[in-house]
Design a protein around this ligand. Structure first.
Ligand code: GLA
Length: 497
C-alpha cells in the first residue's frame, strides 16, 4: 500500500526555497477566511498543477505517461462548522460563494458549469471512498476557502489541483487521510461528476509528484516512479493564451476522443477474431494487447508496431458514421455506452465534427505509448548528456506532430507558438495536457533559457500584448522555466506569523 498523503507542520517542507512567497499567500488566505467566517481555518491542504512532458491522451487508454508536478498549486483552507458546505474563493468577485447541503449522495449539476462543482465532486468522492472502506464519518458542515494559482484552461491541470486539495482538506477536516494511491484513484473518478471522462495522470502526479524528478505514472493500479531528467535539461512552459475548457468543450473534443478510442478498441478486437459480445466489454486500447500478443511470434517490444499495423489494416482511414460503427460492432452505441451521459453527448455531437475517426486515434495512442517508454529510457540510459537532450527533443517533436495530425488536438495558436519556439532554439516543443489551446512545453538547454524566453516574448507575446490578450506586466506568468516540485499535502501549521 502507498504512503498516506503527507501532513506537514512547516511550509518549508513543501515549498523549499520559495517558502517566504508561499507564507505570504497562506497569511492572506488565513486573514480572508477569518474575515469571511469569523474564525481561522483549522487546517490547509494543497495540491499542484502539472506539466506533462510526454504521453498525451493515453492515460485513459491505460498507458503510462510522464509528467512532473509544478510549483503552481491550489490551497484549500477549511473548518468544520455549521450544517452546510459553504464554498468560497479568495477571488470572490470572479468566483462567487456556493452553498450545498452536506448530503454526500447529492448530484453535481454537470450541465451548469460552476467553479465550486470541483469541490462538491471531491466531497462526494471522499465519502464514496470512505464508505467503500467502511470508515465514512457522519457528514458535517464545512467552511471552505480556495486559493488557486494554476492558470485555468491552460493544460496545466488546475482541475486536478482543486479536486485533490479539496479531497485532502475534506478528509483531514474529519481527522482522516488516505494512501496516495487510493487518493489518486478516487480523485480521478471525481472529475466524472463534473462531466469529464479524464484519465488519471493529473491527479496521480498532483498527489505523488516530487521535487527534482519527473514521474512515470502507470495505471491499474495507479503508481508513480521517479525519472530523473538529464543535467542541463530545462522545460519552459508557455501559454498560447487560447483557453480550452475540457468541461465545456467535452462533447466534441476530449470526451469524444475517449469514445473514439473505446470504439477503436472494440472494432480492432472484433477484426482480430474476438466474439462481438465479448469485444464490446473492452474499455481501452491497451485491453486489445493480449489479442495482438497472441498473434505475435516476435519480441514483446514489437507489440505497439503490431497494434499499429492492425489499426492500419482493419480500421478505415476515413471517419465512420454512427450507422457504420453500429453495423461493425453489432450493437447500438447507446447500449455500448449505457449510463455514460458524457459519452451520450459526444455521440450526438460527432456528426458536427465529421464523425468518428478510429484509425488515426488508435495510431496516435499506440505510438505515443511507445514514445513515453523511449523518453524514459533516454533519461535513465547512459548516452552522453548532449545526445540525451537531442533525443528527448526529437521524441517531443514527434509527439506534437502526432497530436496535430492524428489526434487533432492542436490548434492554430499552439502551432504558431511552437514554430516560434523551435526557431528560438527549443530542442523539442509540444502541447501539454488536453490541447486545443492552453500551454506548450519546450525542452531548452539550461544556458540558453534566458535568450529563448526573450525571443519567444518578442516573436509571440508582443503581438498578444497588442491584441489585449495579456498585459506586459504579466508576461512572466505566461512563459516561465519550471522545475519538478512537491506533490499534494495536508498542512497543520504551527504558526503563520
Ligand atoms: C487532461 C486529462 C488527463 C489527460 C490529458 C491528455 O489533462 O485530465 O487525464 O488525458 O488531458 O493527456
Amino acid at each position: 500500500m502507498s504512503d498516506p498523503v503527507p501532513t506537514f507542520s512547516d511550509l518549508s517542507d513543501v515549498y523549499g526555497s520559495e517558502t517566504e512567497v508561499a507564507k505570504a499567500r497562506f497569511q492572506t488566505l488565513e486573514k480572508a477566511f477569518l474575515e469571511r467566517f469569523g474564525s481561522k481555518p483549522e487546517l490547509f491542504a494543497r495540491s499542484p498543477g502539472r506539466v506533462n512532458l510526454i504521453g498525451e491522451h493515453i492515460d485513459y487508454e491505460g498507458y503510462a505517461c510522464l509528467p512532473m508536478a509544478l510549483r503552481q498549486d491550489t490551497i484549500v483552507a477549511i473548518r468544520k462548522a455549521g450544517d452546510q458546505l459553504v464554498i468560497t474563493n479568495i477571488k470572490s468577485s470572479e468566483y462567487p460563494d456556493y452553498t450545498f447541503s452536506v448530503d454526500p449522495s447529492q448530484k453535481v449539476d454537470a450541465d451548469n458549469h460552476a467553479w465550486a462543482n470541483y469541490y462538491l465532486a471531491a466531497y462526494k468522492g471522499c465519502f464514496e471512498y470512505l464508505e467503500s472502506k467502511g470508515k465514512a464519518p457522519p457528514p458535517a458542515g464545512l467552511q471552505v476557502m480556495v486559493d488557486g494559482i494554476v492558470p485555468l484552461g491552460s493544460g496545466l491541470s488546475s482541475s486536478a489541483a482543486i479536486t485533490c486539495s479539496s479531497a485532502f482538506a475534506t478528509l483531514a477536516a474529519h481527522g482522516l487521510n488516505a494512501p496516495q494511491g487510493d487518493a489518486a484513484t478516487f480523485t480521478a473518478k471525481c472529475e466524472k461528476y463534473v462531466g469529464t471522462e479524464s484519465g488519471g495522470m493529473d491527479q496521480a502526479v498532483s498527489i505523488m509528484g516530487k521535487p527534482n524528478t519527473a514521474m512515470l505514472v502507470e495505471f491499474n493500479p495507479v503508481r508513480a516512479t521517479d525519472v530523473v531528467l538529464p543535467a542541463g535539461a530545462t522545460f519552459v512552459i508557455a501559454n498560447s493564451l487560447t483557453v480550452s475548457s475540457k468541461q465545456e468543450t467535452g462533447a466534441t473534443r476530449y470526451n469524444l476522443r475517449t469514445v473514439e478510442c473505446r470504439l477503436a478498441a472494440i472494432a480492432l478486437a472484433i477484426s482480430l477474431g474476438q466474439p462481438k459480445e465479448e469485444a464490446r466489454k473492452l474499455q481501452t486500447l491497451k485491453d486489445v494487447e493480449p489479442l495482438i500478443q497472441s498473434r505475435l511470434s516476435g519480441p514483446k517490444s514489437s507489440i505497439s508496431h503490431a497494434a499499429a499495423a492492425a489499426a492500419e489494416q482493419y480500421l478505415q482511414k476515413e471517419p465512420y458514421d454512427q450507422g457504420q460503427i453500429e453495423g461493425l460492432l453489432g450493437a447500438s452505441l447507446s447500449s455500448i455506452f449505457e449510463g455514460n451521459k458524457a459519452a451520450g453527448k459526444s455521440i450526438a455531437a460527432a456528426p458536427d465534427v465529421g464523425g468518428f475517426r478510429l484509425q488515426s486515434r488508435a495510431l496516435h495512442v499506440f505510438a505515443e505509448a511507445d514514445r513515453v517508454l523511449a523518453f524514459r529510457d533516454v533519461c535513465t540510459g547512459d548516452a552522453p548528456g548532449e545526445h540525451k537532450l537531442e533525443s528527448l527533443g526529437c521524441i517531443m517533436d514527434e509527439s506534437q506532430a502526432s497530436c496535430r495530425d492524428l489526434y487533432h488536438c492542436s490548434c492554430a495558436e499552439l502551432e504558431a507558438l511552437i514554430a516560434v519556439q523551435k526557431k528560438a532554439g527549443a530542442l523539442g516543443s509540444r502541447l501539454t495536457g488536453a490541447g486545443w489551446g492552453g500551454c506548450t512545453v519546450s525542452l531548452v538547454r539550461e544556458g540558453a533559457v534566458e535568450a529563448f524566453i526573450r525571443a519567444v516574448k518578442d516573436q509571440y507575446f508582443k503581438q498578444c500584448i497588442s491584441e489585449g490578450k495579456v498585459a506586459a506586466a504579466n508576461l512572466d506568468e505566461v512563459i516561465f522555466a519550471s522545475r519538478p516540485a512537491s506533490g499534494g499535502a495536508i498542512l497543520k501549521l504551527k504558526s503563520l506569523t
